[in-house]
Each structure stands twice: as C-alpha cells, then as structure tokens.
Design a protein around this ligand. Structure first.
Ligand SMILES: Cc1ncc(COP(=O)(O)O)c(C=O)c1O
Length: 403
C-alpha cells in the first residue's frame, strides 16, 4: 500500500507528524501464504505467532481467528493472549523466566509450558506434585549446535545431564505430559535450517520417542524489497524455501509412520516485518562542517533497524525542496548514533515526510520511552483508518512515578 501526499496530510492533521501505518490485510495474506507453503508439504502444521515481535492486539486476534497459536515469553504476553480470548491449549509459553503461581494456573488451564532450565523443571515438578490426577503439558526447549557460531543460552543442552534429568522427571511423572520439543535459533539464513531440523529428528531417533509436536521456533526472513535484501547479503529465503527444508524433511521422516507429529514454527518477523510503515516528518535541515543533517520527528528506536539503510520513500510536501547529494537523516533524540538513513540523495525540505517500510518487527515493542512517548498506530484494513494504538502521552509514561 503506497501513501499519497493527500492521505498523509489528512493523517497528520488528526494524528500529528509521526505515526505508524499497519497493513493488517497484508499480515493476513502473509499468514495464509506461510500456512499454505508449509502445510502443502506436511499437513499437520501450524503457526505459533511470536507475540514479542509485535504484540499489537489486533494482530494477535487475527492469528487466533485464523487458527494459529500464541507464542508468548512472559506473563504480560500470556495475559494478553488470555485477554484477547486465546484458549489455553492454543498458547505456548516459552522464555527463560516464569513464576510459580502463574505457571501453576496456566498448566491447570491446559496450556503448554516449554521448560528452559532446571529451575523451570523444579517449578513444574513441584506443581505436578500438588495436583495428582490432571495431565499438565510441558515441553523442553532444546539447545544444540546448528553451526551458526552461536552458543545460545536458552534451553537444555540436549547432550547434557540436565536434559537427561528433565526427561527422566517428566517421563516418571503421572501428571507431566511431554507435549513437545521446541527450539529456536536466531540466525535467519537458510543454511542453518537443515541442521535445526536434523538436530530435532536425531534427538527423536536417539530417544526412540516422538512427542505430539515438534516446534522449530522462528528465525525466518519475511518479504522485503530487493535493496534491503542486497544490504542483508542477498539470498534471502522465501517462505517456500524454509518450508521445503522444514516441512520437506518432516514429510520424508514421517512418510511411512502412522503417527505424524504436529510441526510448529514460531514466526514473528517473517509475518509482520513488511506489514508496518513508519511516517516521520522532516523538522530541520542543517549543514555542519560540510555535512548535511536532516532531523526527523522519528528515531532509529522507532524503526529498530541499524546497520542498514531501511527502504524509504520521501514525499515532497515542504516548500523549499533542494537537491542534496548526501544527507544523513537523524532522529529527535540527543544521541549521536540516532541515525535512520545515511547517504540520501534527492530533493528534501523541512516539512517533507519520510516513509520507512519494513518496520513491523521489534519496532514499537522495543521503543523505549526515552525523550518522547511513542506515536500512534493506524490500520487501514477495510478502506477506513482505524486507530489500533493511540498516541502515548505524558501520563502514559509518568503515572507510575511518584511526584
Ligand atoms: C523462542 C522464540 N520464538 C520465536 C521468535 C521469533 O523470531 P523471529 O522474530 O525471527 O520470527 C523468537 C525471537 O527471538 C524467539 O526467541
């Protein structure tokens, strides 16, 4: 969806000089496309949307209405899933820190907790000991080498004694049910995916046990323009590429078995990255020792992209557009490194608007209340603008402080 100057003017009038534009229709399309690519190769497949990536309730509700699961990593996100009406059996609780009381309530309600540490195991075993008779679903976050050069701190080393102990405790329990194995590796390159799948399948072979489901985590790229692909090193895989590896290897492995475990992935960025734009107005342009700076109402923290020039479109709405051959676009904060774009070439004027694309993941959820409250989020699903997040104000930031 491209924005016209008329549309931006109308939105500025109502919502100010900076705002996010959500394209929830594109989000639904991405979800359906990913679903189709994976399930056409391996039918028992589902998506668990990673709330942390962009927990806008409208998006989480859409996932729920399309039959997807909620992947949450905190009590806050768990509460969000519950408040929007996700059934407990459709919620997967990952993450390194969980409290006993909430874990107990959640397990009793039928949710699945993926254990990340011996501490999690002790909590779950303690809860199980207090509640004979009712099955409680737990999983194990599995940690193994996929050749990405990262020693992840999450989950259980599948070759370590803690993993064996966790398996032993769960399998000896009348209450704990080992619902799934889960993993997640952050590096998105396709090269690491075969090792991710092989690691899981090798684990099943070693244990001689197949749980109800295998959850391969997130860590996939989404759709993006060619220029961004180039800056990320080219060779950006498509949903189909990931599906061919993950669902393809599952289809092969379970071709002849009667029981086919459910395959899950936990995408965040891959679904939501291209579904948000950030609109920022140019507030000043200056020259300092030969270098041209344009300061925007908007910050690097709003788009959460560093080390690359994000895809932008400049809407010339100001009055004194001049041609520049090298502009550094900077943010409203007082941080020198708050740079959004380097090397911009083209016309620019105070009052122009810069539209940043592909900023749907880890953007508004990671924006700190540093210097300014965050900007509103507007969605244009059915041809009409809907405010899905109000502009934050002074009280949103300061109501928890004592004055
Ligand atoms: C356990 C888990 N699942 C899913 C995700 C989502 O990953 P992505 O944003 O790459 O899709 C993350 C991100 O850190 C994660 O830690």
């Amino acid at each position: 969806m491209s924005l016209t100057i008329e549309t931006v003017k109308a939105l500025q009038k109502e919502h100010g000089d900076a705002f996010y534009i959500l394209d929830s229709a594109l989000f639904k399309q991405n979800y359906a496309n990913m679903m189709r690519e994976f399930s056409s190769l391996y039918a028992n497949f589902n998506i668990a949307y990673s709330y942390k990536t962009n927990y806008t309730p409208k998006l989480c509700k859409l996932v729920n209405s399309m039959g997807g699961y909620a992947e949450v990593v905190s009590e806050m996100e768990l509460e969000l899933a519950e408040r929007i009406g996700v059934r407990s059996e459709n919620i997967i609780w990952n993450g390194p820190v969980k409290s006993r009381d909430v874990m107990e309530r959640f397990l009793l309600s039928g949710g699945t907790v993926n254990l990340d540490s011996m501490e999690d195991l002790r909590l779950a075993a303690g809860i199980a000991a207090r509640h004979g008779g009712q099955k409680m679903n737990v999983g194990i976050r599995c940690n193994y080498d996929v050749g990405d050069g990262v020693v992840s701190r999450f989950g259980f080393d599948v070759d370590g004694g803690d993993f064996e102990e966790a398996m032993d405790v769960i399998q000896k329990s009348d209450v704990l049910h080992l619902k799934n194995f889960q993993c997640h590796f952050a590096r998105r390159q396709l090269a690491y995916w075969p090792a991710r799948v092989r690691g899981m399948l090798a684990l099943l072979d070693r244990l001689g046990f197949v749980p109800d489901r295998i959850d391969l985590g997130g860590g996939m790229y989404g759709n993006m323009p060619e220029d961004l692909k180039k800056q990320l090193g080219g060779n950006i895989p498509s949903y189909r590429d990931y599906a061919k590896v993950a669902a393809g290897m599952f289809a092969e492995k379970f071709a002849k078995t009667e029981f086919k475990p459910e395959l899950i992935v936990e995408p965040g960025s891959a679904l939501v990255g291209d579904c948000m734009k950030f609109v920022a107005t140019v507030k000043s342009i200056k020259k300092v020792r030969g270098k041209i700076f344009a300061t925007l109402l908007g910050s690097q923290k709003n788009i959460s992209m560093s080390g690359v020039n994000p895809p932008i479109e400049v809407l010339n709405m100001g009055n004194d557009g001049r041609y520049y051959s090298d502009v550094t676009m900077t943010g409203y904060t007082c941080i020198e490194s708050d740079v959004l774009v380097t090397g911009y070439k083209g016309y620019l004027s105070v009052g122009d608007v810069v539209v940043f694309s592909n900023c749907g993941s880890y953007s508004l959820v990671m924006k700190p209340p540093f210097i300014l409250p965050n900007f509103p989020v507007l969605d244009i699903e059915n041809g009409a603008w809907e405010v899905v997040k109000e502009c934050e104000n002074f009280d949103d930031i300061f109501h928890t402080f004592s004055f």
